[in-house]
Design a protein around this ligand. Structure first.
Ligand code: SIN
Ligand code: FE2
Length: 212
């Protein structure tokens, strides 16, 4: 079989029409991102949310930005307040917003101004089943997804759940962008392997930027 991937530049991997992996792209902002992350989760602590079907998610979540993504027995949605504290979600740190819009532009999506950043924390064993991001109002904006901490295997599929996903290793500092014809691609994270990361210990952190 032919190689399905093509490097269009060092560190930039075209995954599908509209989908790109920018290897190590967040590393130059490592210190600022980690400091900002600490500030956000001090105000809006990680918690394990419950799916509409009643399952507690293995991934712990928080949010920052004008709105945040939540799930509970009532369904999936965006809220302007953190249901746990009753306070507005913490503001999106400038370094988060700037990185997301710069990387979106590098991947071919101009003018991306995210108003929501979902923060996912995986400990070994945690996973995210294949799903589409489709709780947003319009799909003209891309998804920008930053990986920090322990490595993980990202599954990136097609527009149908039955499309066989390809497996992409994601490392600390990698950024995935998908939009346009790939905006509704199914994606997920395989169960995180045991490990220790120099900066984040036994954790993987994912920042998912969206325009809600
Ligand atoms: C997600 O799809 O919400 C998370 C993806 C990731 O953790 O990389
Ligand atoms: Fe997602």
């Amino acid at each position: 079989m032919m190689d399905l991937f093509s490097f269009d530049q060092p560190q930039r991997l075209a995954i599908a029409e509209g989908a790109m992996l920018l290897g190590g792209r967040a590393l130059r902002h490592e210190e600022a991102l980690l400091a900002a992350l600490d500030t956000v989760v001090a105000a809006a602590p990680f918690r394990h949310m419950v799916t509409p079907g009643g399952f507690t998610m293995s991934v712990a979540m928080s949010n920052c930005g004008r709105v945040g993504w939540v799930t509970d027995k009532g369904g999936y949605r965006y809220t302007s307040e953190d249901p746990q504290t009753g306070q507005p979600w913490p503001e999106m740190p400038a370094v988060f917003a700037a990185l997301a819009s710069e990387v979106a532009e590098e991947a071919g999506f101009q003018g991306f101004e995210p108003d929501a950043c979902l923060i996912n924390r995986y400990e070994p064993g945690a996973k995210m089943s294949l799903h589409q991001d489709k709780d947003e109002r319009d799909f003209s904006n891309p998804i920008v997804s930053v990986s920090l901490g322990l490595p993980a295997t990202f599954q990136f599929g097609g527009l149908s759940r039955s499309d066989k996903p390809r497996k992409l290793p994601l490392q600390h500092g990698d950024v995935m962008v998908w939009g346009g014809p790939a905006r509704l691609a199914f994606h997920g994270i395989l169960p995180l392997k045991e490990g220790q990361h120099a900066r984040l210990g036994r954790n993987r952190i994912n920042l998912t930027f969206r325009k809600a």
